[in-house]
Design a protein around this ligand. Structure first.
Ligand SMILES: [Zn+2]
Ligand SMILES: [Zn+2]
Length: 296
């Protein structure tokens, strides 16, 4: 899949999309149900951000680059859906603006992307490896790789060039990005290069795979650890909005009053002065009572 840098504004066209929008009452019912669930997870001051009022929601239909058409909600109607961050990846991390997760084929291999930033670090205590080798590893190799003691590893969240993120295990607990990757000694790298050439000669299809190409690049770079490029499974399923269609407010708004029926500026200014004078008078009365109510 082609991708654009995360800070680039995605392009999408506004046009009529095939098919129809869902019934508005169904969309509203689903929204209120999911909103009540979201609202219960956050303290009420945060509701406007995580569970906004349905009256603020605008409906869109969007076509993704996989051909699927889906419905979306945004806060307000001023910014089209492809300029919002609306989607989440498999692990819940927000996707770049204009992308949604739409999985079609779980067997598609993940492409490798360069790491562009190192973000958060966390330490994870791991139990000893199981005696049973993991899938794809022979029992013989497992006797060499298996770690029998519990250990702690440092995991770094990294941003990739595609705008997605993933986690990388550091070569040691004390390792920091400023140290740069550790490399293997040149004699061992030459051996690895020869082994790889043999494997590629026996199975030329290896060079066509993302893993084979990655391995060749890493051997050429001295087998660095951590690897400066990581497989991005999000890239396989993150789809881009290519077209969108406005549907309307989730709760229909009253039509805007006609210019002729809107009160003139001087009328509104007069009303405002009267309301301010009333408020002033009430404050003075309250002060005389001497018991201010518990409002700020
Ligand atoms: Zn799709
Ligand atoms: Zn990606």
């Amino acid at each position: 899949m082609a991708y654009s840098a995360a800070d680039e504004r995605p392009l999408a066209v506004e046009r009529r999309l095939p098919g129809r929008a869902r019934r508005r009452t169904d969309a509203l019912h689903d929204y209120e149900k999911s909103n009540a669930e979201r609202g219960s997870r956050f303290p009420s001051p945060l509701w406007p951000f995580f569970a906004p009022d349905a009256a603020r929601c605008y409906r869109w239909r969007a076509e993704l680059d996989c051909g699927c058409i889906t419905e979306l909600l945004t806060h307000g109607d001023s910014i089209p859906p492809h300029q919002h961050r609306l989607g989440n990846g498999l692990t819940g991390e927000p996707l770049p603006p204009g992308q949604l997760y739409c999985e079609h084929d779980a067997s598609v291999p993940a492409p490798y992307r360069d790491i562009t930033a190192w973000r958060d670090r966390r330490e994870v205590a791991l139990p000893p490896d199981t005696a049973e080798p993991p899938e794809g590893i022979t029992a013989e190799l497992w006797t060499v790789l298996r770690r029998c003691e519990p250990r702690t590893e440092a995991f770094w969240t990294v941003l990739l060039e595609c705008g997605h993120s993933t986690e990388v295990v550091a070569p040691s607990l004390g390792w920091k990005p400023a140290h740069g990757p550790c490399v293997v000694n040149p004699a061992r790298v030459r051996e690895m290069a020869e082994e790889f050439d043999h494997a590629a000669a026996a199975d030329p299809a290896l060079l066509e795979t993302f893993d084979g190409q990655h391995m060749r690049r890493m051997i050429a770079a001295g087998w660095p650890s951590p690897r400066p490029e990581q497989p991005c499974s999000t890239c396989v399923h993150a789809r881009t909005i290519v077209a969108y269609q406005a549907v309307g407010w989730l709760i229909p708004r009253d039509t805007a009053p006609e210019q002729s029926t809107r009160p003139a500026r001087d009328v509104l200014e007069r009303r405002l002065r009267r309301a301010e004078a009333d408020a002033e008078r009430l404050r003075a009365e309250l002060a005389q009572i001497g018991e201010a109510p518990g409002l700020g």
